[in-house]
Design a protein around this ligand. Structure first.
Ligand SMILES: Cc1cc2nc3c(=O)[nH]c(=O)nc-3n(C[C@H](O)[C@H](O)[C@H](O)COP(=O)(O)OP(=O)(O)OC[C@H]3O[C@@H](n4cnc5c(N)ncnc54)[C@H](O)[C@@H]3O)c2cc1C
Length: 279
């Protein structure tokens, strides 16, 4: 087995069969293609009939706690002085660090995963919560301050099965807040599905992607182009001498974001309710 890394830009197909993935260096051929790009899986809908996958952002801090913390996870209900409730999660880890996460947001997903960064002020708010919980979670002990996106579908269930209508194409994404817990079962089921034609231990019927309407590729490009135009207008107001960079098919990888937030109603309407018999 060989592990190749690369940024996939399209799924290669021949006569309704997936034959590989396209990366900068060319095409990597394969008998089976599994779409497992988390919230970025929605970009595969440019090539394949797949439902929308949205990104819900979360923030986290890793602390150096040594052996000062017992090895038990904590799920906390935390009420801020102003009354708002939060549910921080605290996970001591075997390497002497402790991971704390909380504070979700609807900030749109950047197309480039390397551009994911905490929202302004979110880490400071999380640090204040941690410091009030315990002195071992003091900001001076923090090793990493970070953000990530949970991949979520319109009905909250993952997509784990064959891609309808395209032989050799499979999808394994949308696990929402349980992608770590379900990773092993998902991997096993997917391997069995590909090799044996059926998953032996997990009933994949509820996770069939055909239960949801597929995203129209034009909707992604159109929504991306609209967002791009809005951003450029804000960055380069009328009369500005700066010449905005163009976008490729409405999708530009120079760091601007594709609007995939759950509550972006315009975008969600464009994606989900369009001319679909199931919508
Ligand atoms: C704060 C927080 C706390 C969480 N806590 C838990 C928990 O306690 N338990 C639990 O089970 N789950 C938890 N989750 C959810 C879990 O992290 C996700 O469900 C899981 O990471 C999803 O895994 P994935 O592999 O499907 O997607 P991801 O982890 O998002 O991986 C997708 C990968 O695809 C890559 N990619 C994107 N675009 C391309 C491209 N064009 N070409 C090639 N590669 C690409 C990305 O770089 C990334 O590496 C939490 C999530 C957050 C944000």
């Amino acid at each position: 087995m060989e592990l190749l890394t690369g940024r996939v830009t399209a799924i290669a197909q021949h006569h309704r069969r997936a034959t590989g993935v396209v990366v900068a260096e060319g095409m990597i051929e394969g008998d089976a293609v599994v779409i497992a790009m988390g919230p970025w899986s929605i970009l595969a809908a440019l090539s394949l009939p797949l439902p929308a996958v949205f990104g819900l952002k979360g923030h986290s801090i890793v602390f150096d706690t040594g052996n000062a913390v017992p090895g038990e996870a904590l799920f906390i209900e935390y009420r801020k002085p102003a009354g708002a409730a939060l549910s921080p999660e605290i996970f001591p880890r075997a390497d002497g660090t402790t991971y704390v996460c909380a504070i979700s947001s609807e900030t749109p997903l950047p197309i480039d995963p390397a551009q994911v960064a905490p929202d302004p002020g979110a880490i400071e708010r999380l640090e204040a919560i941690c410091a009030s919980l315990s002195p071992v979670l003091s900001p001076t002990k923090s090793l990493a301050r970070q953000a990530c996106y949970r991949p979520i579908t319109a009905d909250g269930l993952p997509l784990i099965r064959r891609v309808p209508g395209v032989a050799g194409a499979y999808v394994a994404t949308g696990p929402s807040v349980w992608g770590i817990l379900n990773a092993l079962a998902t991997g096993e089921a997917m391997a069995e599905l590909i090799v044996d034609g059926v998953a032996h231990n997990v009933d994949l019927q509820p996770f069939d992607p055909s239960r949801l309407p597929p995203v129209e590729p034009e909707a992604i490009s159109e929504a991306a182009a609209n967002l791009h135009r809005d951003r450029q207008k804000r960055r380069h107001p009328v009369g500005s001498n700066n010449n905005p960079a163009g976008s490729r098919d409405g999708i530009d990888d120079s760091g601007w974001a594709l609007g995939l937030s759950m509550r972006d109603r315009t975008f969600a309407r464009m994606l989900i309710s369009r001319d679909s018999p199931r919508s």
